[in-house]
Design a protein around this ligand. Sequence first.
Ligand code: HEM
Length: 538
Amino acid sequence: KTKPQVDEHSKDRQLESFRENPQDQYMTTDQGVRINHTDDSLKAGSRGPLVMEDFHFREKMTHFDHESIPERVVHARGSGAHGYFQPYNDSMKEYTKAKFLTDPSSKTPVFVRFSTVVGSRGSADTVRDVRGFATKFYTEEGNYDLVGNNIPVFFIQDANKFADLVHSIKPDPDNEIPQASAAHDTFWDFASLMPEINHMIMWVLSDRAIPRSFRMMDGFGVHTFRFINEAGKSRFVKFHWRPMLGAHSLVWDEAQKLAGKDPDWLRRDLWDAIEMGDYPEFELSVQIVEEEDEFKFDFDLLDATKIIPEELVPRKPIGKMVLNRNPDNFFAETEQVAFHPGNLVPGIDVTNDPLLQGRLFSYIDTQINRFSSANFGEVPINRPVTTVHNHQGAGFMRQTINKGKANYWPNSIGGGCPMMAPENQGAFVHHMERVEGHKIRARSESFNDHYSQATLFWNSMTATEKKHIIKAAHFELGKVESEEIRRRMVGHFSKVSKELAQKVAEGIGVDVPENFNQESTGHYEANEASQKMKKGQS
Ligand code: HEM
């Protein structure tokens, strides 16, 4: 019943038992039988056909034939690193009971995977895209995953639009040509019809979407989460990672040249820095909002297309993460790591953000596809450093050998069966939020302002940064064949900033449409149900 002592090296000690050290060993088959010759297959005569009984050839070939697993449906290209996280002090005790965030003497092992989103596993690192910043904390209370991005807002507000978003931005379905010609049309077509995307579009056209290095990139939890303290009090929280080296970007010309000359630019930079002992460091901080202040903002805290401006809620620093070891094996660690925003530990919980709620379903679902099994949690990189006991003892590639007859609960016949943990023994108890309402397929009216924060972002840019955004829009929208789509996008820009719309329009051969309104995109038909609700007609 005792929890393990987690220190900086606990995950590494666990991984050590899975590592293979073949120096000074004879080569063997998977059955451990020593091999004397692996350059030729067994033949009927030196110029004759291969014979079926060659178990060594069959095993070697079969293994190779099955070496790949489906790449991630998004964030396929990534780079991983090991390290640790340590809080500066116990100041978070007031807000959360999550021990790894409140005990300054603890160093919690972490594995981080940075990624691009759209490209396939072999795509270039320096493309204009969002970057993933996913962290697995191997805490003494189980795994906690902070599955974030380097941009603090998202394209859409509801998870039901995710498949549409990704389809629009991935290579075309007929010829799989990425971003060649029509792909620009598909994404911008979608974007121009989804006003909620506008804040994110400003970030994506900015230099944030072409980071100079994974070591020089912010990270954000994006959604509003909850902190729960020892007394059970809940508060809203937004997570931020800040690189100690500061956030830096490439310029577009560099990004394009690097995509040709060194498509592994970000991957190599991270690897080399760690090899040289120049360890990337990131500070974790949080914005905290009291529950009673939930409705005091002019945006909805549950809307993932909004930030909480730091002028309204300053960040509180928690501690520092240091990435100090490269993986031993890309496939075993970086490819097989499986993050999930629903991997929570006591003290951290989710909110009703409809994007986050949908993610809670999607990650395990896709990972079962990726690993062809629900047992991917047993893969070394995914194992918690805490022990795992339950009755989930079967399925493809099961590693653990559960003992006894009782693989059900409750049982009275024993046999290595678990007990239930009370809350004061570290059990995760979901925050008791009161929920009621009509069952309704609709968007809250409080999610309807799609331009104010886009304008806020634009106004916060320096003259050079504004120039980069306009040039990026010229590059991207200049490739869109449809004049209607280009004009619609300029229409949205006109609601962000007249100057922005005018300058973009000049570069892509359209006029700024007069009196553009978002309703003309047709998106709001979907909100018919919520209008009804408002009028009490449900
Ligand atoms: C990866 C779904 C929004 C960050 C993934 C994967 C899926 C997915 C299916 C592949 C996972 C795997 O194969 O292991 C979704 C859905 C979303 C959504 C349905 C919205 C409804 C977001 C948001 C963020 C985010 C808002 C950032 C806050 C990431 C990251 C990865 C990822 C960082 C890569 C994890 C890794 O390195 O393995 N997402 N995602 N996603 N997602 Fe999302």
